[in-house]
Design a protein around this ligand. Structure first.
Ligand code: ADE
Length: 270
């Protein structure tokens, strides 16, 4: 996969040289290029921002350097040349759709992703419209809070996407059971020693009984998700829940009623 990131703080992206993503780059699974937006300016001060039309606080990123940087990346895109397809341009923004694991899986299939890191109050909106001629543009948020710029969001998204590229993670099975892969949070994990500071590892995990262990873990997933992310429980398909699952949910305050999952408090006889 090719990834291009445009930022006025290219050093921010140095963390992508570390750990599994760094290794994937060295192994050529990931061709990651970071561009300094100021290299696409033409004035002595390398200006990238200006005051907003209509007034208001802060500064807005000027369209010209962005058009030059994104134009260059689009022209050099391996997808555009090979298949005529549009590369995907992700614009991190608190005003974007929320990035999630399903999106990470979808984006991990792409051949070319570009990221445009805005700073200040954002990028002149016309850049986004103009870019959609050459790119499939996706404004994406990493959560309902405001960062100072897109760089940290890019670090999060590139890591979430990059680890799903075949070959990046040594043991792909570890992807199957992790949080969010089946709409639930992951079960708790333990390692040696079996007894530590007077706290014991749950006995069933020492039993060697794989069916029992699987049931215990699934129960913990449901219990934990119900406590921490009840919104995810309400999105489950009741058809996928067996008797043990329904029991676990019942004990965590949810019921399957007339083909729907509802909080137990909403049962008429609750
Ligand atoms: N830029 C500023 N805040 C952001 C957020 N929550 N997600 C993505 N990009 C951002």
């Amino acid at each position: 996969m090719r990834i291009d990131v445009v930022s006025i703080f290219p050093e921010y992206l140095a963390a992508l040289d570390l750990s599994l993503i760094g290794k994937a780059r060295r192994e050529n699974l990931l061709d990651l290029n970071v561009h300094d937006l100021r290299d696409y300016t033409h004035d002595r001060h390398r200006t990238v921002d200006d005051t907003p039309y209509g007034g208001g606080a802060g500064m807005v990123m000027k369209p010209e350097p962005w058009a030059a940087a994104l134009g260059r990346i689009a022209v050099e895109s391996p997808v555009a040349t090979a298949t005529g397809e549009k590369p995907i341009l992700i614009v991190p923004s608190p005003a974007g759709a929320v990035f999630d694991q399903a999106m990470a899986y979808e984006l991990a299939e792409a051949q070319h992703l570009a990221f445009a890191c805005g700073r200040y109050e954002g990028i002149d909106e016309r850049v986004i419209e103009h870019a959609s001629e050459a790119y499939d543009v996706r404004p994406l948020s990493i959560g309902d809070y405001v960062l100072n710029g897109g760089e940290v969001a890019v670090l999060a998204m590139v890591e979430a996407i990059g680890r799903l590229i075949p070959g990046v993670i040594g043991n792909p099975e570890s992807l199957v059971e992790e949080s969010h892969s089946d709409g639930l949070l992951e079960y708790p994990v333990y390692t040696k020693p079996a007894s530590w500071e007077g706290r014991e590892v749950p006995e069933v995990l020492l039993s060697g009984n794989h069916a029992k262990i699987a049931r215990f873990r699934r129960g913990k997933q449901l219990e934990r998700t119900a406590a921490r992310r009840p919104d995810l429980i309400l999105q489950l398909d009741p058809e996928t829940l067996n008797r043990h699952d329904r029991d676990a949910l019942w004990h965590s305050g949810f019921a399957v009623h007339e083909g729907k999952i509802i909080p137990r408090s909403e049962l008429a006889w609750g």
